[in-house]
Design a protein around this ligand. Structure first.
Ligand code: NDP
Length: 369
């Protein structure tokens, strides 16, 4: 079992192995950014999660909240006061294309309802700013691909708010798996769910959410199945159950079970639901051992154990670590252990598209990621 100290040493060594690359990239960066090591971020969508990200960014060393984009003037005023945000860095949804002319903002973090991500990301890319976009990045793979293409065309980076990709217990399991400590990976189980409240919220409105539990919480098991096994699935089967059609209308999934097959022979069995609490568990089984995360994707503390015992890894504020790491990726081309770029979201949304198709048709859907 790896100790906390050796884990931290490994992280430092990885970071230390990139200095030449960092210097080279720093030389190419936007000259308007006086402090080249700090990513200057504007948050779009000052809701529940945007607020959490902003607070976590107070402790960032490489990222700083410097701007806002919001449809609610009173929130803008409150955030300006709280985070010392100057008037010139405040935008609304009508005028934010003008961010193009603002040399003091490097990136926009899109934290609005799911179906609004697509247009917002494309507009930010056209304005020449890097984009971080919350999960699910889009409501289907086609839209996700268009977002990736727009960011390529705008020559900006596109990252997805997959905060678990930087979480130490998760990374320790990935390290152990990569070093063969669980042997040949044969099985993954992902359980993702909670009981959703207010039936009028946007998460239960197909036009804004793009779906139901699968888009919001099931995507953690979709994405987790890939980083836990280390493979991309090649087929999917899925079954939907709807007990409350009043609350979960047409196109808003309540509960979906899905199964994935991987090229190495592993299978995954996952549950996505808006109707059961206490479902946040990942389990990985190989022919030499197992790993478990429970909770696996909540805000923490994340707890993990393997056949060798408890995982001793630091407890972190996910969004602080994520934003510091994303600053390194955007400003210095640093490579995360688990990728967080838009292509990852395209893969996840191809799987989600196939899950919905499998629910509708009852067919086993072949995947080409
Ligand atoms: P909230 O409803 O709390 O906030 C969304 C914000 O988006 C609103 O406050 C509003 O901000 C803005 N907005 C713009 N247009 C609309 C609209 N038509 N309806 C409602 N809000 C609108 O949602 P969350 O913050 O919980 O979720 C936002 C995104 O973040 C989602 O994609 C979600 O999946 C993701 N998320 C990710 C989490 C993670 O752990 N990675 C956790 C929670 C959410 P304003 O008034 O400033 O315009």
């Amino acid at each position: 079992m790896k100790t906390r100290r050796s884990f931290i040493q490994q992280v430092s060594l990885t970071a230390a192995s990139l200095p030449v690359l960092n210097i080279l990239n720093a030389a190419c960066m936007n000259t308007a950014n006086n402090d080249k090591q700090i990513l200057r971020v504007a948050i779009m969508g000052l809701g529940g999660y945007g607020t959490r990200v902003a607070e976590a960014m107070n402790d960032c060393k490489r990222a700083k909240l410097v701007g806002v984009i919001s449809g609610t003037p009173s929130k803008i005023a409150g955030w300006q006061k709280k985070y010392s945000i100057p008037e010139k860095n405040c935008y609304n949804y009508e005028n934010f294309d003008a961010i193009k002319h603002n040399p003091d903002i490097d990136a926009v973090y899109v934290i609005t309802p799911n179906a609004l991500h697509h247009d917002a990301v494309i507009r930010v890319a056209k304005a020449g700013k890097h984009v971080i976009c919350e999960k699910p990045m889009a409501v289907n793979a086609k839209e996700a691909r268009e977002m990736v293409d727009a960011c390529k065309a705008g020559n900006v980076k596109l990252l997805v708010g997959y905060r678990m990709h930087f979480e130490p217990h998760t990374l320790e399991i990935i390290r152990m798996r990569n070093e063969g400590e669980f042997g040949k990976v044969l099985f993954f189980q992902g359980l993702s769910g909670f009981i959703i409240g207010d039936p009028t919220q946007w998460r239960l409105n197909k036009a804004l959410a793009g779906g139901g539990a699968m888009m919001d919480i099931g995507i953690y098991s979709v994405n987790g199945s890939r980083y836990m096994t280390g493979e991309d699935p090649i087929w999917v089967t899925a079954q939907e159950t709807k007990n409350n059609p009043q609350k979960f209308k047409e196109g808003v999934d309540e509960t979906i079970q899905f199964q994935l097959g991987f090229p190495g022979g592993a299978v995954a069995s996952c549950l996505s639901t808006y109707s059961m609490n206490n479902l946040d568990r990942f389990f990985l089984n190989g022919d030499k051992g197992f790993a478990e995360l429970q909770p696996a994707t909540g805000y923490g503390p994340i707890k993990g154990r393997t056949n060798k015992g408890e995982i001793d890894a630091p407890v972190v504020t996910h969004q602080t670590v994520q934003m510091d790491a994303m600053a390194g990726i955007i400003l210095n081309n640093e490579k995360p252990v688990v990728p967080v770029d838009g292509e990852e979201a395209v893969k996840d949304l191809k799987i989600v598209d196939a899950i919905y198709e499998a629910c509708k048709t009852g067919n086993k859907i072949e995947l080409k990621l």
